[in-house]
Design a protein around this ligand. Structure first.
Ligand code: SF4
Ligand code: SF4
Length: 342
């Protein structure tokens, strides 16, 4: 008997009053120009930060919030109020994490990062060679990033407290052979978690189908994965696909065991669990939507114009959820599960 699709299970339960998890984009500013990121192509000059006042306006609307992810299309470290925001959330018992490229992780920020109470610091790190880093991230930043990471892990070791640190590697044809070197760097830095993510592609720069490795690993690339596993095993590092799944050696970066061929996006349950709030207050169903949706994906309301609870339960969100359950999902969800992770 086929297991019911996760989306259908949640759709048949009463809708929770408000999301228990929020992705809050604290800035649209960035110090890199990644060739796999829609910001680089569509909004390269956006610099707006979420103010602390607007941030608290969002958080106070979500009592019972369990998890906050403070990233979107921008580098969180560039918001001067970031650490204050983390402290504010921690005082409310929320689990807090964010992704970062670590380029702006100077000494002051490193100290703040260790002391602010953050739960997880996830570093996007997908090249071990300078030319590949520049090709992927648009700037020559590899050496600085490596220095910053090593200084951070040194500080964490001294302090004996601070966030869990992990490396996040977006795998593409151009960089997969460098994964063993990334694993070696993780060992050097004393980082014991490395995650491999699938490319979310939208047809520009390196975010194109030809760069995707899903279901099409060549022999040499499988060898690189096996080698990375070996390095990780030897150094007590957990190497996993994002979401915690094991990476298989059978020709794919596995996403889900029993992916539904007909409605793959319905493995996703985000529309019933979380919201993504952009720095300007716009609410979207998830942080993939700006990558996969036309013109940045659907906007279901704005938290500076309407209470979040009203948006969450409102007509546009419900219409989005209803379409999600049909054979013709909202455009941003069409490729999810089949072309990239759900
Ligand atoms: S992927 Fe992140 S670091 Fe790279 S340009 Fe986009 S927002 Fe900046
Ligand atoms: S775009 Fe993908 S991740 Fe986002 S709600 Fe749709 S199916 Fe889920």
């Amino acid at each position: 008997m086929q297991t019911p699709r996760p989306a259908l299970i949640l759709a048949n339960r009463p809708l929770i009053r408000r999301p228990g998890s929020l992705y809050i984009e604290v800035t649209k500013n960035c110090n890199e120009k990644c060739t796999m990121c829609p910001r680089t192509y569509h909004w390269p000059n956006r610099r707006d930060n979420l103010s602390f006042e607007h941030f608290t306006h969002i958080v106070t609307q979500t009592p019972g919030l369990q998890r906050a992810v403070l990233h979107g299309l921008g580098e969180p470290l560039l918001n001067p109020d970031l650490f204050e925001m983390v402290r504010y959330l921690k005082a409310r018992g929320v689990y807090v994490l964010f992704n970062s490229n670590a380029l702006a992780l100077n000494e002051r920020r490193r100290r703040e990062l260790v002391e602010c109470g953050l739960d997880e610091y996830r570093i996007s790190f997908d090249a071990s060679r300078p030319e590949t880093y520049k090709l992927i991230r648009g700037i020559a930043g590899l050496e600085k990033v490596k220095r910053n990471i090593l200084a951070l892990t040194g500080l964490l070791k001294e302090a004996r407290h601070g966030p869990k640190v992990s490396l996040w590697f977006t795998s593409i044809r151009h960089n997969i052979r460098q994964l063993p070197e990334i694993a070696q760097f993780a060992a050097l830095a004393g980082i014991n978690e490395v995650y491999v993510q699938r490319l979310v592609y939208f047809g520009q720069g390196l975010a194109v189908a030809e760069q995707s490795l899903y279901h099409k690993l060549f022999e040499e690339e499988k060898t690189a994965l096996a080698e990375a596993y070996k390095v990780c095993r030897q150094n007590g590092i957990n190497l996993a696909a994002s979401g915690g799944e094991q990476i298989t050696m059978e020709g794919s970066l596995k996403s889900l065991e029993n992916l539904d061929e007909e409605y793959p996006w319905q493995e996703c349950t985000r529309p019933w669990r979380l919201s993504y709030i952009q720095a300007n207050g716009d609410v979207s169903p998830c942080c993939f939507a700006p990558f996969t949706g036309k013109e940045g994906g659907p906007i279901l309301g704005n938290v500076f114009e309407q209470p979040l609870e009203e948006i969450w339960q409102g007509d546009d969100y419900q219409k989005f959820r209803r379409a999600f359950l049909t054979g013709q999902p909202p455009q941003c969800c069409e490729g999810c599960g089949a072309k990239w992770s759900v």
